[in-house]
Design a binder for this molecule. Structure first.
Ligand SMILES: [Fe+2]
Length: 431
């Protein structure tokens, strides 16, 4: 049974405001590379800030200690509380504290945590990052977790930090170490941890993501690899922004936040069956431009590979189909970059940023050189290699989107326009 407060927080969308920006520039990675959480004491394997429901800005710290540390926020002490005690499976203490609105300087000892800005000008999107050691329909798929060229998530993470974002969105699928490394694949994954444990979460997510943790607050969506049957316990202990449920659930409600002058709705699409009810729950929030952030795409043809080829896991409620409400649907799940717009349909653009590190999936039409595909009702630009997206706010109605490769080299540019009463538009060109 979930307690009353938790039930309310899981069932009701919530409102969040975050606050102002840092400069961006064109420096190279070599000039800007940030060592993974340098300055963090060794008893704290990870520390980060994430945005959640009910206006919450949450600091999380993992510690080898049995008790939680005290943060210093703008000169005042803020004790952290235990979110998850050490167990045999999760032999780490998870600590958290909700930060006061407009906190400026948040210190964990001598380590400075990033804080939100009120009107983020640079937002990075990444997804699908874990190293694949999994069984699918009786076949074991193994990625080379020992070779940073074959599993480049740490490089992508450091490239993201070099872009100095104000906010980072991860669209899900953090944990892929599901079965023991087969003997025949020992060159790729010998010694890899397995299952929903602290050890495998550390290898798949916390160690390679450290540079991102140091650079900006995060919004974290849940992927199907974090379903309760997979790594759901780790998801709730470490990454879900809301109070820890008494038991794992695959049907949490969406939550909502205001970021600068537009909105972000975060849908838990780990389970495709949770999507339609989440969309319906968002009906009362149909006002002003919103980015819908979730793991699974649903507007492009056959976007959900766990359903039949042409099935979509959910449909937009008519309330949200009016022009001027959805700026973009931002997803992952498909392991490539796919930038989609719909010249004729009412659909908003669908941006699939699923090339963060996990074994790539070829697009339906293999155009890895970024030649746009145009049909009567879809314009699609696909990139079949690793990387991430950088959204830069140009003015109230315009975002420039840069598609970067794993080294932060520019490979394509888009303009996303959002004007009141007009369907949002995405126009992309390869470099
Ligand atoms: Fe997925």
């Amino acid at each position: 049974m979930l307690n009353k407060r938790l039930t309310a927080s899981l069932l009701m969308p919530a409102v969040l405001s975050i606050s102002s920006c840092r400069p961006t520039n064109g420096q190279s990675i070599e000039e800007l590379a940030i060592p993974p959480q340098s300055g963090l004491e060794s008893r704290f394997p990870a520390a980060w800030v994430q945005l959640g429901s009910e206006g919450a800005t949450i600091a999380r710290v993992l510690t080898n200690d049995l008790s939680c540390p005290v943060l210093n926020v703008d000169g005042s002490k803020l004790p952290m509380t235990i979110r998850g005690t050490r167990t045999e499976t999760f032999n780490i203490t998870t600590c958290e504290a909700t930060l006061p609105a407009r906190a400026q300087v948040v210190m964990l000892g001598h380590y400075k945590l990033p804080v939100p800005t009120s009107n983020p000008k640079r937002i990075v999107v990444i997804g699908d990052t874990g190293c694949e050691i999994k069984e699918d329909k009786g076949k074991i798929a193994v990625q080379n977790c020992s070779d940073p060229q074959k599993w480049p998530f740490m490089q992508v993470s450091q490239s993201i930090a070099s872009m100095r974002p104000d906010l980072i969105i991860h669209v899900g699928d953090y944990h892929y170490r599901e079965v023991p490394c087969p003997k025949k694949d020992s060159a790729k994954c010998a010694g890899a941890s397995v299952g929903d444990t602290w050890a495998s979460w550390k290898e798949d997510w916390f160690t390679p993501a450290a540079a991102m943790f140091a650079s900006a607050p995060l919004i974290l969506a849940r992927g199907n690899h974090e379903l309760c049957a997979r790594a759901g316990n780790g998801w709730f202990q470490f990454l879900d922004p809301r109070p820890l449920p008494a038991a794992c659930t695959d049907s949490p409600a969406p939550y909502w936040m205001t970021v600068g002058d537009h909105h972000i709705a975060v849908v838990d699409a780990a389970d495709d069956k949770n999507m339609q009810s989440s969309f319906d729950t968002l009906k009362p929030y149909a006002s002003g431009f919103t980015w819908w952030v979730m793991h699974r795409p649903f507007l492009t043809d056959g976007a959900d590979d766990e359903l039949s080829k042409d099935a979509a896991p959910a449909k937009l409620p008519t309330t949200w189909q009016a022009p001027g409400l959805i700026g973009a649907v931002i997803t992952g799940h498909k392991h490539l970059l796919s930038l989609n717009s719909f010249p004729k349909a009412a659909n908003p653009p669908e941006i699939i940023s699923g090339n963060g590190g996990t074994t790539l999936e070829k697009p339906k039409v293999d155009n890895q050189v970024m030649e746009p595909i145009q049909t009567a009702d879809l314009v699609s630009l696909n990139y079949y290699d690793y990387g991430f997206l950088v959204f830069d706010r140009m003015d109230a109605g315009t975002w420039q989107i840069q598609a970067m490769d794993r080294t932060a080299k520019l490979i394509a540019k888009c303009t996303l326009t959002q004007h009141a009463g007009v369907k949002s538009a995405l126009d992309c060109k390869p470099i």
